[in-house]
Design a protein around this ligand. Structure first.
Ligand code: XBP
Ligand code: MG
Length: 234
């Protein structure tokens, strides 16, 4: 029985990366006096490094910018988080088309809605409330709540633990190969809803791959139940 659907946030609930997080990182670099800006293609590659602070530290290292203690990366990421929080507060980010319908349908069917992300708690909670309504996600696990980020399964295992469910009772919804690895390592059947940044990634091991929530066969509660059932019975 499908009891819960666990959603990733970035790229899955909302198309946040290219025109949301990326400009916030770039503005933070400028504020900290760095002549550095990630273009859209470069950022696609950098998304393989999960967690904004790790991503910054990785790129500073690659460019030979000294940050022996990691304090510069931490400071830049704090500024980036402030900037991204402002974007959220301004209501600039919207749910992916068809998501709101799926959430409403899941709730009508008594299927619990949960969130598991690598992003920072400060912006994740207000964004999730804005996108799908306050109180809709029963559990929200963020990158600040775990010691290992995706592709480690910890964030999904933590969500399952808080829901008191086994992996076979839930379905993960992800947009990326890194997210798929995390969900699969937690033992979850996983649906991929691709976006412009992830559509060419390798989704071997996914239970289903959809180009959108409302493109092709609509991803609604009955389709989630069917995908989940097929995964565990085939
Ligand atoms: C996406 C991430 C995050 C965001 C930036 O996570 O890896 O690092 O790109 O957010 P997911 P932070 O797809 O799991 O939601 O700067 O807060 O890390
Ligand atoms: Mg994602």
């Amino acid at each position: 029985m499908l009891e819960a659907v666990i959603f990733d946030v970035d790229g899955t609930l909302s198309d946040t990366e290219r025109d949301g997080h990326r400009p916030a990182f770039n503005e933070a670099f400028a504020i900290h006096g760095l002549d550095l800006a990630w273009d859209a293609d470069e950022y696609r590659e950098l998304l393989k490094i999960t967690g904004g602070c790790h991503r910054i530290a990785h790129d500073l290292r690659a460019r030979g910018i000294a940050d022996a203690t990691g304090q510069l990366a931490v400071a830049i990421h704090r500024t980036k988080t402030d900037l991204f929080c402002s974007q959220v507060a301004d209501g600039r980010l919207s749910p992916r088309p068809g998501l709101v319908e799926l959430i409403a349908d899941l709730r009508n069917c008594g299927i619990r809605v949960t969130v598991a992300t690598t992003g920072s708690r400060r912006w994740v909670r207000p964004l999730v409330h804005q996108l799908i309504g306050e109180g809709t996600a029963e559990v929200i696990v963020t990158g600040d709540d775990v010691s290992q980020l995706k592709p480690d399964p910890e964030v999904y295992l933590r969500a399952l633990d808080e829901l008191c469910l086994r992996p076979e009772d839930a379905l993960a919804v992800e947009d990326s190969a890194v997210g798929l690895r995390s969900a699969r390592a937690a033992g979850l059947a996983t649906v991929i809803v691709t976006n412009g940044y992830t559509k060419d990634q390798d989704f071997d091991g996914a239970a289903a791959v959809h180009p959108g929530y409302d493109t092709g066969p609509a991803l609604l509660a009955d389709r989630c139940q069917q995908i989940h059932h097929n995964w565990w019975t085939s």
